[in-house]
Design a protein around this ligand. Structure first.
Ligand code: AP5
Ligand code: MG
Length: 204
């Protein structure tokens, strides 16, 4: 089974991907995580990506599409879960030429909650655990005890730009995949556990 997780920045794609990976054994392919890994390692892709990510803009399609194509090739184009890709119609069409997608799950949320969710997000550099500052106010990872950090693009001004990009470029994918008969919507306003219950019903 190959699936796509769609949803605005902060909708909970990464949060649900961890659960789906455990329950269904799908390999989590997050373009955001791949770019962040390249940035940490200071690769040419990482240097290029940083200049776009820090402004809340999309990394150019020619870079992103090629990166995803090689990643999916390595997985034999099977049993994957895309998170953060595709992000515009051009990326979706490129993906459609090389991969079969069984289901697109759109995590639907009210825009009003996103700023707080994203600006409050904290991640563990050591184990990758993601949480919210309200849950861990002392800045320590509840899983491994390491320091929690904020993502470079989780500042208010950058988040505003990311939400604009989502509205203009990514939201049209909801209609695109509805027309292809692949879209299933879940209510992302519920608790993470409740959202996951809805996703399980869709995938089983
Ligand atoms: P990316 O890393 O993909 O970021 P994003 O799409 O903006 O999404 P986020 O990771 O911010 O949100 P999420 O939905 O994963 O939410 P999470 O589960 O963490 O992309 C970053 C950048 O990389 C892009 O801006 C772009 O520059 C570049 N890029 C990436 N892909 C690209 C592509 N295809 N093409 C071009 N450029 C690309 O949750 C967020 C917070 O909410 C957390 O604090 C969490 O604890 C909390 N939370 C989660 N679920 C719930 C819930 N149900 N209730 C309450 N709180 C919740
Ligand atoms: Mg994410």
């Amino acid at each position: 089974m190959n699936i796509i997780l769609l949803g605005a920045p902060g909708a909970g794609k990464g949060t649900q991907a961890t659960r789906i990976e455990e329950e269904f054994g799908l390999t989590h392919v997050s373009t955001g995580d791949i770019f962040r890994r390249h940035m940490r390692q200071e690769t040419p892709i990482g240097k290029k990506a940083r200049s776009y990510i820090k402004k809340g803009q999309l990394v150019p399609d020619e870079v992103t599409i090629e990166l995803v194509r090689t990643t999916l090739d390595e997985l034999g184009n099977n049993n994957f879960m895309l998170d953060g890709f595709p992000r515009n119609i051009n990326q979706a069409e490129a993906l459609g030429k090389t991969s079969n997608i069984d289901c697109v799950i759109d995590i639907s949320v009210d825009f009003g909650v996103l700023m707080d969710r994203i600006c409050g997000r904290r991640s563990c550099l050591e184990c990758g655990y993601t949480t919210h500052i309200s849950v861990c106010p002392d800045g320590t990872c509840p899983k491994c005890g390491s320091e929690l950090v904020q993502r470079m693009d989780d500042k208010e001004e950058t988040v505003k730009q990311r939400l604009e990009v989502y509205k203009n470029e990514t939201a049209p994918l909801v209609e695109y995949y509805t027309r292809l008969g692949k879209l299933r919507t879940v209510n992302g306003m519920k608790s993470p556990d409740e959202v996951f219950e809805e996703i399980k019903k869709v995938l089983k």
